[in-house]
Design a protein around this ligand. Structure first.
Ligand code: CIR
Length: 252
């Protein structure tokens, strides 16, 4: 169970962040409303949420998940894989130092937290455009030092591992077709996201409730079978910036 979360308000320049989506220009007013609803949902699920101010000059900084990996015993500050996002991590050091001992990923390693999927004490680390093997190994060493295990997973498509694979409670993973038969996930019950609804793979488990992006009825029908409460959240504007539910907070 999580007790806290960190988030950051999207700034007025958020539309200048990195994106590959072709869904049009995002709207600040809608983004702020959707972000506020997201924070409210986390609070309703019992988390104490600290919302940091927007970080000037860093339009993607509200995707706080990418700049740290927080476990019960350590906060690993990452070194983001996109040069445009470097520097966001610095602002997180004093904030996380209030909650955990802090260690850092050093060059030439790169890690984006969006590539790190925690399932209990096991961590899957995506090797992607953003996370390299050096970074994954450095993170893995910190995790092993604290009694956790980890495994690298090749991410051939999509931005991050968690764009396609997420934990849905118990021994269940929600994942896209491309990851269904990967040996790394063989020990888990796998729910495969309908190819028309791939974005909904970015579903977030929070204290026994599944936060699911709005607009993906087939995925909701599949998830209903798990018997967990489901809460839908509109993420249309973050999606235009290649982001979603997991990216906008750090839970710990
Ligand atoms: C980026 O390209 O870095 C941001 N526009 C989106 C990051 C999304 N983060 C995530 O999936 N953890």
């Amino acid at each position: 169970m999580f007790t806290r979360a960190l988030a950051r308000k999207p700034g007025p320049d958020f539309a200048q962040g990195l994106t590959t989506s072709e869904l049009g220009r995002p709207d600040l007013t809608r983004m702020l409303a959707q972000h506020a609803a997201y924070v409210a949902a986390l609070r309703e699920l019992g988390l104490e949420v600290e919302v940091l101010d927007a970080l000037e000059g860093h339009p993607d900084a509200y995707f706080v998940e990418d700049v740290a990996v927080v476990t019960p015993s350590v906060a690993v500050i990452t070194r983001p894989g996109a040069p445009a996002r470097r520097g966001e991590e610095e602002s997180m050091v004093p904030v996380l130092a209030r909650h955990r001992p802090v260690v850092r990923i050093q060059a030439p390693g790169t890690v984006d937290g969006g590539d790190v999927l925690m399932v209990g004490t096991h961590f899957f680390v995506g090797i992607s455009q953003r996370t390299n093997l050096e970074g994954a190994r450095a993170l893995g060493a910190e995790l092993e030092r604290r009694g956790c295990t980890w495994a690298p997973v090749e991410v051939a498509a999509g931005l991050h591992l968690k764009s396609s694979v997420n934990w849905a409670g118990g021994d269940t993973l929600l994942l896209s077709e491309a990851f269904r038969d990967r040996p790394e996930f063989a020990a888990y019950r796998r729910l495969v996201v309908d190819p028309e609804e791939e974005y909904a793979g970015n579903t977030l488990w929070v204290n026994g409730t599944l936060l699911v992006p709005e607009g993906f009825p087939r995925t909701v029908a599949q998830l209903e079978g798990l018997g967990l409460p489901i809460r839908l959240l509109d993420t249309s504007e973050a999606r235009k910036m290649d982001g979603g539910l997991t990216c906008m907070s750090l839970r710990f």
